[in-house]
Design a binder for this molecule. Sequence first.
Ligand code: PHB
Length: 251
Amino acid sequence: MANSPSGETLTERIVRVLETFDTDRTVQTPAEIGRRARLPSSTAHRMVTDLVECGLLERDEDQRVRLGMRLWELALRGSRALRLRQAALPFMERVQARIREHTQLAVVENGETLFVERLSHPKGGANIARVAGRLPLHASSSGLVLLANGPEDLRERVLAGPLEAVSPETVTDPARLRRHLARIRREGVVVAPGSVEGVSTGVAVPVRERPGQVVAALSVVLPRDAPYGPAIEELRAAAAGITAALGAQRP
Ligand code: PHB
């Protein structure tokens, strides 16, 4: 791939441009993209024009730019997230209908929790997790389940810190977090009051593809003081259903 004078490949520059978009910043001008991607203005404008022509970016009437549907289409094809989501959705719908609170599915991506699906109830409580949004692994209930059941080297890397406090109640003491994770692994569930926001309690269980292989976390976000017993029961039944559906998908 051709290198720029800075030694960076074109692919790296394209990725930098695409990464200037996030769940809160979905629309930008080419100048803003250039500034955030640390690219000369003329380069940024040319790259945006090319990417719009390919459909990876889209331009609105005000000449502002967003990620293109074509990018979404390509990203979803055959992706791990799509396969998981398809297997999980019917079970997530059942949890959501019975518990009537946010129900979400998350995976580990590059050392963080990435939410791949979320069903929300119109009367559901607060929830900062978004589809395609991220949270640190040690903060949300989903992340804790993924961390507890994930590879040991990932756990050690996270425990080595720094451990950011997403809320005042996020467990950031490594020794305490280590004990917490051991317990989550043993019990197969976590109830995490206040670890993301003081007003809510996350409840999460592991989703396995095969025995021992945790591929996702399924969670609900409840108002802080809501009873969590029924949610645990529903989540466990749903996780078992997803495991069976993933098995049935395998050729
Ligand atoms: C959680 O999974 O623990 C969680 C996620 C988002 C929130 C609150 C809790 O807003």
